[in-house]
Write a protein that binds this ligand. Sequence first.
Ligand SMILES: Nc1ccn([C@@H]2O[C@H](COP(=O)(O)OP(=O)(O)OP(=O)(O)O)[C@@H](O)[C@H]2O)c(=O)n1
Ligand SMILES: C[C@](O)(CO)[C@H](O)COP(=O)(O)O
Length: 386
Amino acid sequence: MKTAALIVAAGRGTRAGGDTPKQWRKLGQDPSCPRVIDHTIRAFRGSVDVIYIVHHVEDTDLIASLQDVTPVLGGATRSQSVQAGLEAMQHSGVTHVLIHDAARALVPHKTIAAVKSILQTNPACAPALPVTDALWRGDTHVDGTEDRTGLWRAQTPQGFDFNLILQAHRAFSGTAADDVEVARAAGHSVTITMGDERNFKITHAQDFDRAEAALRAAIPPDKDKTQMDIRLGNGYDVHRFGAGDHVWLCGVKVPHTKTLQGHSDADVGMHALTDAIYGALAEGDIGRHFPPSDMQWKGAASHIFLRHAIDLARKKGFNLANCDVTLICEQPKIGPHADAMRAALADIMSVDLDRISVKATTSERLGFTGREEGIASIATATLIKT
Ligand SMILES: Nc1ccn([C@@H]2O[C@H](COP(=O)(O)OP(=O)(O)OP(=O)(O)O)[C@@H](O)[C@H]2O)c(=O)n1
Ligand SMILES: C[C@](O)(CO)[C@H](O)COP(=O)(O)O
């Protein structure tokens, strides 16, 4: 089975409006945002052996910006564009083809996988969603209703045995909304697989808002091959007690009958959190960035370390989604200071308070923390690249 994606992108996008055909426009306001067609191509990468893009003659310069795709000049109608693509791949050894609208940029991988899987035992398959709304006929007033039973909203990719759809297109004359219609006109049966609401076609101007909102949302368009990069890190630290009258914990000076000893201010909670961020970035730990052998860090305030870690995350394009710090000690009691600690961490990292958790537990008087020889802390941090 050698599978090709045939992405049709030769339309003018008249209903969407704008100066540039919709498939070549960015999804998002930032100049670095990928274009509609970049999203579409990315969805197929790794799922097919080869990608053909059918384009308009006026977009010849734009097509040159795409890598690892085979460009083909399209036709005046969608059907003609599809046939041009099929003709171009006829000696390529392709056995199956997934024909997809460039304008369906957020197609989930599970939809592509389902079509491919059904093609192993069936000659033709396409995703669709059942019609769930009532159907009316009319112009400004309702003149009648239609029975929605058995009606589907057609989507792409529509998958076919390659020779079947090539011959069907060659035999077809007239206009067709899609390739299922062409295959059926040639007498072939087409299996339906369940489509997905995310796989909508960008057709009108407001569909750009919908697509951009879907990309911004925490739930990525697809969960198995995500367009978001999510990293989780953990950190653990321990400092022993010595003589003193306060401890620094998560940026707050807490009165106590002892102090925590260390090369820096020994803020065990902040160190665990800093290491969690470095861990999520696969950037080692505090010791790597601020070696204890380096005297300039002696007695240093730990917010220097935490700020370095969060700045490094931002430089790499990540934001902190949330963090959770647990302090393990019998004394001092953390509860009365927990909110101040959250506020201090939020301030140092410039993130919203509700993304930061600080809590504590005792170790039931067991072990070194139970004997009050020191304080331990564990932390987790989630980083998201958008
Ligand atoms: N001659 C054509 C016409 C359409 N298409 C492609 O077929 C898909 C169908 O979507 P549609 O919304 O109909 O695209 P347009 O024809 O560009 O839109 P409009 O009808 O609003 O001009 C699109 O990816 C479009 O680029 C194509 O490759 N060749
Ligand atoms: C192929 C298609 O996406 C199936 O829904 C659709 O028919 C093509 O777009 P158009 O708006 O009908 O031109």
